[in-house]
Ligand binder design. Structure first.
Ligand code: HEC
Ligand code: HEC
Ligand code: HEC
Ligand code: HEC
Ligand code: HEC
Length: 169
């Protein structure tokens, strides 16, 4: 009796956890072309944490992408002969910003905060971006539509009031 209850509870928790993420896109759009070919898989395999390149400075809405100075803290010594790293070094020397093409983008009339979701809701990066550490190239593989956000809010017991995500009229 107790064992059955335990199994049912485990299943219920698993279903809730499965719902607390953004669903996969039915059709994944092609990955945007990037100024330098960048592999998450290669960097993850070398044990480099997401936060090393994606700081979330206060108020924490935005996840930054590290600049060439951070890249060069390793690449002034690693793979210096590679054409991609030469290009990176050139950006660094010229003091030019690397204009990465966005993969995930919501319109400005929607509020979204990374730190709320990562710190308060304890959502993993993979819950909304998929298995990034296994990807050589990033494409928008998770759905960031209003319905998808709302499904997770319902499953997590967060508000689905219009004004929670949009400026009240
Ligand atoms: C903590 C150290 C570290 C940082 C920071 C870092 N990388 Fe790397 N990067 C590596 C390692 C290690 C490899 C794998 C080298 C190998 O294959 O032997 C690598 C490989 C690469 C390669 C593949 C080079 C080739 O031709 O094989 C590219 C391109 C690259 N990094 C770009 C970047 C960019 C852009 C940034 C900044 C956004 C960055 N890296 C930040 C350590 C780092
Ligand atoms: C060595 C630096 C580095 C590390 C470590 C790193 N990233 Fe990135 N990340 C980048 C760069 C450079 C880009 C832009 C190029 C691209 O989209 O592949 C990027 C892009 C992204 C994007 C798409 C951003 C957009 O515009 O929508 C996501 C999501 C992301 N990273 C998540 C992660 C996660 C999750 C991890 C840890 C598993 C991680 N990153 C680790 C450098 C890094
Ligand atoms: C609850 C879902 C969710 C979680 C969890 C999440 N992200 Fe995002 N991420 C998004 C959305 C939505 C966007 C597009 C935001 C926009 O356009 O303002 C985004 C955009 C990004 C970007 C592009 C820059 C930006 O802020 O727009 C990077 C880089 C990124 N995420 C990295 C990460 C990393 C690293 C983690 C884990 C520490 C993470 N994300 C966790 C949903 C999420
Ligand atoms: C993993 C489930 C999950 C996903 C996916 C998710 N949310 Fe949330 N969201 C939460 C939870 C849980 C909270 C409440 C956090 C708290 O305050 O404790 C929250 C809070 C918020 C807030 C409150 C404002 C704040 O920063 O305090 C906004 C706005 C929001 N989410 C927008 C979005 C949008 C837009 C998306 C889709 C791109 C999204 N959320 C996707 C779980 C999720
Ligand atoms: C959990 C966050 C969240 C809540 C709650 C929410 N929205 Fe949205 N809404 C979004 C996101 C994200 C988009 C952008 C969708 C996209 O770009 O595909 C959006 C887009 C819209 C749009 C633009 C047209 C469209 O459908 O793409 C309208 C209108 C809208 N929302 C109205 C509402 C109304 C009315 C409510 C209350 C019933 C509401 N929203 C509640 C996140 C939310």
């Amino acid at each position: 009796m107790l064992a059955t209850r335990h199994i049912l509870l485990t299943i219920a928790v698993a279903i809730l956890a499965a719902a607390q993420q953004l669903p996969p896109m039915k059709r994944v759009p092609p990955a945007p072309p990037q100024p330098i070919p960048f592999s998450h898989k290669l960097h993850a395999a070398n044990g480099i944490a997401c936060q090393r390149c994606h700081a979330m400075p206060e108020p924490g809405d935005f996840a930054e992408i590290a600049g060439a100075d951070v890249c060069m803290s390793c690449h002034s010594a690693i793979k210096t002969a590679s054409p991609a790293i030469r290009k990176l070094a050139e950006f660094h020397q010229q003091g030019e910003e690397i204009l990465w093409e966005p993969v995930y983008l919501i319109p400005d009339y929607v509020f979204f905060s990374h730190s709320t979701h990562v710190k308060k809701a304890k959502a993993a990066c993979a819950a909304c971006h998929g298995p990034v550490a296994e990807r050589d190239v990033l494409a928008k593989e998770r759905d960031i539509s209003m319905a998808a956000c709302m499904d997770c809010h319902r499953a997590a017991g967060a508000s689905i009031d219009c004004a929670y995500c949009h400026e009240p009229r």
